[in-house]
Design a protein around this ligand. Sequence first.
Ligand SMILES: [Mg+2]
Length: 235
Amino acid sequence: MKKEGVLFDLDNTLYGYKLPHQKALNVVYSFLKKEIQISKIKFIRLYDLSKQEIKRELSGTASAHNRILYFQRLIEKTHNTVHPHIILKLYNLYWNTFLKNMKLDRGVLETLKRIHKDKIKIAIVSDLTTNIQLKKIKKLGLTRYIDFLVTSEEAGSEKPHSIMFLLALNKMRLKPEATLFVGDDLSKDIAGSNAVGIESVLISRKKNKKLSGEDYKKANHVIKDIKEVLKILNE
Ligand SMILES: [Mg+2]
């Protein structure tokens, strides 16, 4: 069936998450080091611990990724009290640095341009808060190519919950058979789209973790370069 829409995951599908995240954490640490005596190792340990706690307590919701909660928990550990100005400062430093250091992966812009030009609708379906994902879309220069955004904050559940996929289809006014989903995560993106009958495309770049032969069978297509989406659309 001719495809009329493509759904994309955002993080690690259209841009690499690791580098901007590491730079952002470094800037956060440099600021905190001036406030209190804390080693980098201790800071990373406390950040990871705070993140794990929030993820465990809020698993399956967009708030599980909210950096403001990680930093609040971290400061409550280091200062033994809430410090609004420090927490807000860390949060703003983190995201300002993150957004400044994001870079689209190779071939993403030309692929989205082509799809948009061919009058195929584009949606981004992503597990995080809407505020941050809107800022990323804007900063990555994707605004004019993206027709719709669905976040887990808005849907109330995260991928692979069907609501994420169905909400996107509903916004695009398309049936699952008329769409493709492109993402990097087997258990979220691929399992979730397969469950609602959307043709799934796993993007597996070299830097991503190794997949087994069995894993490859789970997706309808496995690609190494995002431009291969155009070939699939023309099949
Ligand atoms: Mg992803």
